[in-house]
Design a protein around this ligand. Structure first.
Ligand code: OGA
Ligand code: MN
Length: 233
């Protein structure tokens, strides 16, 4: 499983006469476009404007996607499968260091409703999904090295919930390793990687010592991710 490892002018003119519509339009375009956008600055930071414009629209972080109660419910359910495993530290060739993992197909009511929300926002309607949900438990000392999830087993979209800890996910273009894009994955957020960001960039989760977002330390504690993927077409 480790290796399973995207208004018209008339409307705009009209909107100027309608303050509410104008505000709605300018807010939604700010969300999509701007490094100027305050919302985006909270979770997206990169080495240049150019690289940000490459990933924009292909990466998304929704902060506070789940409530504390939902986080607890997910934690309880995944703990049972994780408990039986030992953290793996020593495999030099592993993409992940200091982790244990499990998969889960059947979920209780609360978790299932969270997962239904994830599917609804992350995947195109009707897109066939990988059945089991991947659960990855990173020890405080654990981290994920740069990799691209298998194109053989996984499709265009990867969506993950972060439990227990904030973390930083770094994307690096495969063909230009001096560029980078950092995503702040706050605790209880949902991130989505699509298309370009999923196929043309490696992704990694930074280790505690290197865990900074826009110059600010992001302490990395134990972190559990609950990851949904679709199938290749
Ligand atoms: C993976 C991976 C990211 C995460 O398991 O392939 O990149 O959020 N996980 O744990
Ligand atoms: Mn991955």
């Amino acid at each position: 499983m480790t290796l399973l490892i995207r208004v018209s002018k008339q409307l705009q003119r009209k909107s100027l006469q309608n303050p509410l519509l104008y505000r709605l339009l300018s807010e939604s375009s700010a969300l999509r476009k701007g490094p100027e956008s305050k919302e985006e600055c909270k979770w997206l930071h990169g080495s240049s404007q150019e690289i940000l414009s490459v990933v924009r629209g292909h990466v998304e972080v929704r902060q506070n996607f789940i409530s504390e109660e939902e986080e607890n419910a997910l934690f309880k359910e995944v703990e049972t499968g994780l408990r039986k495993k030992r953290y793996e530290f020593d495999h030099w060739d592993d993409a992940i260091h200091g982790y244990r993992e499990t998969e889960r197909l059947q979920w209780g009511v609360t978790c299932e409703s969270v997962l239904r929300r994830v599917r609804a926002v992350a995947f195109p309607e009707g897109s066939p999904l990988l059945g089991p949900i991947h659960v990855l438990d990173l020890d405080k000392e654990g981290y994920i090295k740069p990799h691209i999830d298998s194109v053989k087993f996984c499709g265009s979209t990867i969506a993950g919930l972060s439990l227990l800890s904030d973390s930083v996910m770094r994307l690096v273009p495969e063909n230009k390793s001096t560029d980078w894009v950092d995503l702040l994955l706050s605790r209880r957020s949902l991130y989505i990687l699509r298309d370009e960001a999923r196929f043309k960039f490696t992704h990694e989760i930074l280790k505690d010592e290197e865990s900074f977002f826009s110059g600010q330390k992001v302490p990395r504690h134990r972190r559990i991710s609950v990851i949904c993927r679709n199938l290749p077409v």
